[in-house]
Design a protein around this ligand. Sequence first.
Ligand code: AP5
Length: 189
Amino acid sequence: MGRRVIITGVPGVGKTTVVTGALKILEEEGVSYRTLNFGTYMFDVAQKEGIVRDRDEMRKLDKEIQKRLQKRAAQAMAQEEGNVIIDTHASIKTPTGYLAGLPEWVLRELMPDTIVLVETNEDQILLRRLTDETRSRDLEGSYGIAEHQQFNRSIAAAYSMYTGCSIKYITNADFLLDKAVENMAAVLR
Ligand code: AP5
């Protein structure tokens, strides 16, 4: 049985960048993981059904549709064996409020060993979103980003109560990407 690590962080915090760096270090040490992107699993289904054109539209879908896609994604990912990283969100900011990224029916499928929260200062996240032209990021101020990160810490505590998993915070600050990468590698080793 491999390890299952869930990586989360608000959009633009750089979770994918940090995980990619950590996996490079671990590869040299002979440790390997498969990375599964929760959003990609959901998007594949949503696209086949013709209900979205890009992945950033998914969080604006009706809540019940998002939950259906979420369940399908979790069931598909649960089939994966060996060491697995699941790149996802502790919560999703939708037009009607925060939606749990890992509700009970998702956690029951995935049962992670650890959930990582990648975080940094809200002003840095705001700037990264503004300069990332590859995505259609939500426009929100620093206050909204800070509130989202705070909500993620709260909901992660509930996830830990439900599964017995550990919760790790990793800071991905400007000019300190190497430190974040090393901390992530230590969690995955
Ligand atoms: P997803 O694809 O995960 O969207 P995302 O959060 O926007 O993910 P990214 O990987 O683009 O964000 P990132 O912060 O990791 O970006 P990056 O590393 O590129 O999910 C898409 C959608 O799927 C969601 O919106 C939702 O609808 C749905 N979904 C997913 N999971 C779900 C779930 N469980 N339930 C329901 N729905 C779900 O970094 C961003 C930028 O920062 C880059 O420009 C990078 O160069 C820069 N950067 C990174 N690190 C640093 C640093 N240290 N210093 C300076 N710049 C840095």
